[in-house]
Design a protein around this ligand. Structure first.
Ligand code: 5GP
Ligand code: ZN
Length: 118
């Protein structure tokens, strides 16, 4: 698993060392369009701090994890998704399909989703 921030894709996007379609930024978080969208809206919200997975959260990370959700809700509202609904997903490690080992919240919306997920 990737541990070095210098090699981390989402650290580089957050630092603007790699391009992405940013839709939100603040001192703690950055949100950008997913490069391979799985729904009409597919935005990735990340903490600026490098945390590899949900397994690696420290007590001091609790606030920023809450903020990821508030940022997603703000973007969903801006896009008119609040009432019809949207999905927030965080994948942790292999069985969940995590491919980028920098904590991120997927905001998915604009279509209906099945449950349980496949
Ligand atoms: P995961 O599978 O780890 O939960 O989600 C990683 C997400 O990051 C995937 O939805 C993938 O499409 C997206 N992604 C991977 N590389 C890039 C990139 O270089 N730019 C952007 N904008 N999204 C990426
Ligand atoms: Zn990182």
């Amino acid at each position: 698993m990737l541990r070095r921030m210098s090699d981390c894709l989402f650290c580089k996007i957050a630092a603007k060392q790699l391009p992405a379609k940013l839709v939100h930024e603040d001192p703690d978080t950055v949100a950008f369009e997913d490069i391979n969208p799985q729904a009409p809206t597919h935005v990735v919200v990340v903490p600026r701090k490098h945390v590899a997975t949900l397994n690696d959260l420290a007590p001091e990370d609790e606030a920023v994890v809450g903020k990821l959700h508030r940022v997603a809700a703000k973007i969903a509202k801006e896009r008119g998704l609040a009432e019809r609904g949207w999905r927030a997903v965080m994948n942790c490690n292999r069985d969940a399909g995590q491919t980028v080992f920098h904590l991120h919240l997927h905001l998915l919306g604009g279509r209906a989703f099945g449950w349980p997920p496949g």
